[in-house]
Design a protein around this ligand. Structure first.
Ligand code: GLV
Ligand code: MN
Length: 197
């Protein structure tokens, strides 16, 4: 749900150090070429060798500057068996996705605290309303792949486990202990799993 563009395109000059209004300045049209409108990045598997077993390849304005001002972007998300794209929300976009390979549990929680979820097979589509906390888990026997799309060039991701337990500087342990009604040793134990932010 980015604002509408005011011209055909505005390929981002990511290195500009001059004026920034909301997004990135355009590079001069004389320097724009076909390659600005094609992103070669979703052909390879993302690295799932991490504690979550997930690899997100982002095709957003930062990796694909041609998206600047156009109000959309996509991700490729790879899952190892049992892998989870951790609980997160996108402050600037609704998300739609399709299962490309495997069997995936997709869930989100509304602001009324209702959990909506379904196990999806290849070819099925889902939607995550803007800003709501959601996750995907690979529940099939092998790897899984989903493609996601966003109505923002840069949807942003607030990833709950790392936001809460691996921020820099840290959220004080007593604050987290009260929030989660857990002993500070439990908080420390969780923090230790994520290393220092
Ligand atoms: C999946 O939830 C994604 O944000 O790509
Ligand atoms: Mn998401």
């Amino acid at each position: 749900s980015d604002p509408d563009q005011l011209q055909d395109f505005c390929v981002a000059d990511l290195n500009a150090t001059t004026t920034f209004l909301n997004g990135f300045p355009c590079k001069p049209v004389s320097q724009v070429s076909s390659s600005d409108f094609f992103f070669v990045g979703f052909h390879k598997e993302g690295d799932t060798n991490n504690i979550f077993g997930v690899g997100v390849t982002a095709g957003n304005v930062l990796s694909f500057p041609g998206l600047n001002t156009l109000g959309l972007s996509m991700n490729r998300v790879d899952f190892s068996p049992g892998g989870v794209n951790p609980l997160h929300s996108h402050p600037r976009a609704t998300e739609a996705g399709i299962i490309i390979m495997g069997k995936v549990l997709v869930g989100f929680i509304s602001t009324s605290n209702v959990y909506y979820s379904k196990v999806l097979d290849e070819g099925n589509m889902f939607v995550i309303p803007k800003g709501l906390v959601h996750f995907q888990k690979n529940v099939g026997p092998g790897k899984a792949i989903i493609l996601t799309s966003f109505n923002s060039q840069l949807p942003g991701a607030v990833v709950l486990p790392t936001t809460l337990f691996a921020s820099n500087p840290e959220i004080p342990n007593d604050v987290l202990a009260t929030n989660f009604q857990a002993d500070e040793t439990v908080i420390n134990s969780i923090k230790s799993k994520f290393g220092s932010a």
